[in-house]
Design a protein around this ligand. Structure first.
Ligand code: FAD
Length: 585
């Protein structure tokens, strides 16, 4: 007999689990979240928070978005990505990253109402978890998932209360495994994975020390350090990462995975910190140290009937490109509205199949990208004549050679410049972050071909309203107040939205009628002169890719479900046809 029932049980309060709980509670769906520990993140692992992730927080509400900006380090302090011998030593080069270059910043500003921030996981998790609990999530800490069984009507999950030592069952309609890279839920579902765990060894050393004199004039999140051993294991090179400017830091340093795991004692950690900072007298306040492995593994299917996996449970990869928590939160944004629609009886269970169809290709993409980014440090080592090098004199000789007035040295300088600039695929890959387009039963293209990418799809975001793509952001203007409002603010928040223009009012009526029929609130906006929202600049007319009498139907996760270029003979019939398919009714 289950101790209690709920609609959705979530295992894990990391970014994926907390985001799912916050979204479900915002949509009014009963949920319980458990965590085997009594605390939220106690180390600041994830930090790069991209625009798409910020859009999810914005969708959760202005107070959630504002809290993230309040605690995050501003984009302006993130982007002087430095490559150097040590913080105190010679700088080899730098690349403007995370939208720091003016051209990249313009692309960021055009793409989203939100900007990137650096938000350590120790801040992100309490924001999401707090929002979830305030809105109705029941949280049980010190509660460990042990196993589950599912039947035609639901899932019975057995957990272990670590306070009392008691085991008990929770009954839910659905179970979400957001239980991280060693996911037991994924294992118990026997879900298929490609790739390999443990392809490299790495360690984190978290410490406090005021390093302002080395960094404040070249503000960055990441300082890459070229030292003997920097190309062994780890994430491509030694890293000194800003956690809080400029007195809290995380060193990421590799070790050979084929050798025994090093014991990261206080003396060892201090030694690594002194070596990478380049100050043999440096005193640090060591906060924590641990080892971890670089993984290259992703689920090719993320669902077994009533059970879903998300976040690191489904995609296990190094932190390169800063995609882990961002992608985990976007998994949640994809699944939560679907669970809500099915639990409320507005959609058939078939809608849930689209979660894996849409997110498994993203899992593969980001795991592959993150691991490739490690490899792409290779040309920097090669240009400096350091391959497999542990010889500091050889490295120094290689670095000195680049200062000669010879054709060879000039070629070396060019090779270093080129190798560093190429790292934009890790540190300024706006397309990887923003170009996610879905192909599944929950989008209806009516045969419209997917627009080809005009530029490198990993580097550059390309807006489109092709069904499956995220609705492009443009600013429109509130007719009464004159305030600018993002197109993304007009959709989402758990509801489907219809957009049309002057002459398209029949779509609004149709949305009302079909929404009533399906027991679904569908928001509707006519954008144009003297309407509630006005397109003074003409950006909406360009971005919407439909005529004024046309229609965009946007899903609760901001992705376009369907579009019609112009008024249909039977707009209600069209919306009924499309929503029947999308919602698997
Ligand atoms: C050094 C480093 C830097 C990183 N930088 C970035 C970055 O800049 N940007 C980014 O987006 N990502 C980054 N990441 C990755 C990011 O930390 C992860 O992708 C993210 O934490 C995944 O979130 P999650 O919720 O899926 O899993 P986790 O954060 O691992 O959370 C798992 C949750 O499940 C709970 N749990 C596990 N097993 C059980 C069980 N049996 N019973 C109950 N509860 C259980 C855990 O206690 C925890 O609450 C970085 C990672 C590292 C190591």
């Amino acid at each position: 007999m289950a101790e209690f029932n709920t609609d959705v049980l979530i295992i894990g309060t990391g970014p994926a689990g907390s985001a799912t709980a916050a979204l479900l509670s915002s949509y009014g769906v009963e949920n319980v979240v458990v965590n085997r520990y009594r605390w939220l993140a106690n180390t600041p692992r994830a930090h790069i928070t991209n625009q798409r992730c910020m859009e999810v927080l914005r969708d959760l509400g202005p107070e959630v978005e504002a809290e993230a900006y309040l605690h995050g380090t501003h984009q302006d302090l993130m982007g002087e990505n430095i490559f150097c011998e040590s913080l105190a030593g010679e700088e080899i080069g730098r690349m403007k990253s995370w939208g720091k270059h003016p051209l990249s910043r313009a692309a960021h500003q055009l793409a989203s109402p939100c900007h990137m921030i650096d938000l350590p996981q120790t801040f992100m998790e309490p924001i999401l978890f707090g929002a979830a609990c305030r809105r109705g999530t029941q949280a049980r800490m010190s509660t460990e998932y042990l196993r589950h069984e599912q039947d035609a009507d639901g899932v019975t999950t057995t957990v272990h209360d670590r306070l009392s030592g008691r085991e008990y069952d929770i009954r839910s309609k659905y179970l979400v495994g957001a239980d991280g890279g060693n996911s037991l839920v994924a294992e118990h579902c026997d879900l298929p994975f490609d790739g390999q765990m443990g392809v490299g060894g790495s360690m984190n050393i978290l410490f406090r020390a005021d390093l302002s004199k080395y960094v404040a004039h070249r503000p960055s999140v990441l300082y890459w350090i070229m030292q003997p051993g920097a190309d062994v294991g780890g994430i491509g090179m030694g890293l000194v990462r800003m956690v809080r400017p400029w007195n809290e830091w995380l060193i990421v340093w590799g070790y050979d995975i084929n050798q025994p795991e090093p014991e990261v004692t206080e003396a060892f950690a201090t030694g690594v910190a002194r070596q990478l900072v380049g100050d043999p007298e440096l005193e640090i306040e060591l906060l924590s140290a641990n080892t971890w492995t670089v993984n290259n593994k992703y689920a090719t299917h993320m669902q077994k009937d009533r059970v879903f996996i998300m976040g690191d449970a489904a995609h296990r990869h190094p932190p390169s490109n800063g995609l882990g928590s961002n992608t985990s939160i976007q998994d949640a944004f994809n699944l939560a509205w679907k669970l809500a629609a099915v639990v409320r009886g507005q959609a058939g269970a078939g809608l849930l199949d689209s979660y894996s169809e849409e997110r498994a290709p993203i899992a593969k993409q980001i795991v592959t990208r993150a691991n490739q980014s490690i490899e792409e440090f290779g040309p920097i080592f090669q240009a400096l004549g350091m391959t497999g090098g542990t010889d500091i004199e050889k490295i120094r000789a290689g670095m000195a050679a680049r200062t000669d007035a010879t054709p060879e040295a000039e070629a070396q300088r060019a090779a270093i410049r080129e190798a560093i600039a190429f790292k934009k695929y890790e540190f300024d890959a706006h397309g990887v972050e923003m170009n996610q387009r879905y192909k599944s039963g929950a989008t209806v293209t009516d045969g419209q071909a997917e627009p080809a990418f005009q530029r490198d799809a990993e580097l550059h975001y390309q807006p489109t309203t092709w069904p499956g793509a995220r609705l492009p952001h443009v600013w429109v203007f509130d007719h009464d107040s004159g305030e600018q409002v993002s197109s993304l603010d007009l959709c989402g928040h758990g509801a489907f939205t219809v957009f049309t223009g002057i002459g398209g009012e029949a779509w609004v009526e149709a949305a009302g009628a079909v929404g009533m029929e399906f027991g679904l609130g569908i928001a509707a906006h006519v954008i144009g002169p003297r309407q509630a929202y006005v397109d003074h600049v003409g950006d909406w007319a360009r971005a919407s890719e439909i005529t004024d009498t046309g229609c965009l139907l946007v899903r609760p996760d901001h992705h376009v479900a369907w579009r019609a270029d112009k008024m249909a003979d039977d707009p209600a019939g069209e919306l009924r046809r499309v929503l029947t398919q999308v919602l698997a009714r």
